[in-house]
Design a protein around this ligand. Structure first.
Ligand code: SF4
Length: 367
């Protein structure tokens, strides 16, 4: 705990805040990519400590939020089948699909289980050879290595009744898509430190150069965020657009070589649809040919899904930083964490949940 407290030191935080105020001479809008950073910013009130002219735009880096609706519906269809044990992290159970969620399937008799690791699902498969065990593999470059390792182990052990429903997405193509959008207001990025701890930083300098935006790799504690903002403001004010690593205690430029090797073996890059955003070319992973036999989509043939989003939910605009969550008309009314209309209100990293949990509710009526 002591180590974490050092990164919440109020005196050091005040110094960084003062430096940011002193350095800022005009309006800037920067996006924190990761939902974990969004929660840290809102929970600690960091956005309210910054100069009014520095706007934090919340990014699409919440794995639960961006998992596409058709993939949720596929999960629901597979989980409802007799003989299937469907395993997932807990957050996914309450994410609304077109007409229900995984909790509804469970209450209707489906064998849906919360696990804490994909390896737990593999263990279940070995213990239940007469059942099909499926793990819902969602998330960014952070969760993918464990899922890749599990599929690798399943193949090594010859476990044939295990499969992965793969919905992995990649951060750098999303940064490019945000910058290519005509509605883009983002002038700089705080990149997600844990993604870079796996993949390294090599993909970011070309993006910074191409789109002329500073990209500062940033951690998740209050001082990490403030240092990321400070470095970003200094770059913006001096007209620079470089990749900087402000999270060296966790991120090495070369990344985690064994994890990257495992990912390259088990997965291959593919186009992916992001919930609320749409298709982004080459923005995800699917199982490579060598491991395709473990692909739940193929094993259960869940094609022909027709999706239907809530007409009230504006999570696509939230995920692209076009509106703040409390500006959605349903925020805190039709949509709450107990009755979520969109994934951004469900997930522990979702921006709507962050605003609902940590902001005063009178903000519901702010326009
Ligand atoms: S408050 Fe609810 S309905 Fe509105 S964007 Fe967020 S998740 Fe969707």
């Amino acid at each position: 705990m002591k180590y974490l407290e050092e990164f919440s030191d109020p005196d050091l935080a005040k110094k960084l805040v003062d430096q940011i105020h002193a350095a800022t001479t005009r309006k800037w809008a920067m996006m924190e990519v990761c939902g974990g950073q969004t929660h840290s910013i809102i929970r600690h009130g960091i956005d309210q400590l910054l100069p009014e002219s520095v706007e934090m735009i919340h990014g699409p880096g919440c794995p639960v939020c961006v998992t596409p609706l058709e993939m949720i519906d596929r999960a629901l269809a597979i989980a409802a089948r007799p003989g299937v044990i469907f395993c997932s992290f807990g957050d996914m159970l309450r994410v609304p699909g077109s007409s229900q969620d995984l909790f509804s399937v469970k209450s209707a008799g489906g064998d849906v289980r919360v696990v804490y690791s994909p390896l737990d699902a593999l263990k279940l498969a070995r213990e239940n050879p007469d059942r099909e065990v499926v793990f819902f593999g969602i998330g960014f470059e952070t969760t993918a290595p464990a899922n890749a390792m599990t599929v690798y182990q399943a193949k090594q052990l010859g476990v044939r009744n295990f499969s992965l429903l793969v919905s992995h997405v990649l951060v750098p193509p999303a940064i490019a898509a945000i910058m290519e959008s005509p509605a883009c207001r983002v002038q700089a990025f705080l990149a997600a430190g844990h993604v870079c701890s796996v993949m390294g930083t090599a993909e970011y300098p070309p993006l910074a150069q191409k789109y002329k935006v500073p990209i500062v790799v940033t951690g998740f504690e209050p001082l990490d965020i403030l240092e990321g903002v400070r470095r970003t403001v200094l770059q913006l004010e001096s007209g620079r657009h470089e990749m900087e690593n402000a999270y060296p205690r966790a991120v090495r430029d070369e990344g985690n070589a064994p994890a990257m090797k495992m990912l390259a073996d088990v997965f291959e890059v593919t186009d992916r649809t992001w919930r609320g955003i749409g298709e982004i070319p080459r923005s995800g992973w699917r199982l490579s040919e060598k491991y395709r036999e473990f692909d739940a989509e193929q094993r259960f043939d869940v094609t022909g899904i027709h999706t239907a989003e809530s007409s009230l939910c504006r999570s696509g605009e939230v995920l692209q930083g076009l509106i703040k969550p409390h500006l959605c008309e349903a925020f805190g009314k039709e949509c709450t964490p107990r009755n979520p209309l969109g994934a951004t209100m469900v997930s522990s990293e979702g921006a709507c949940a962050a605003y609902y949990t940590h902001r005063r509710l009178e903000l519901v009526d702010a326009k």
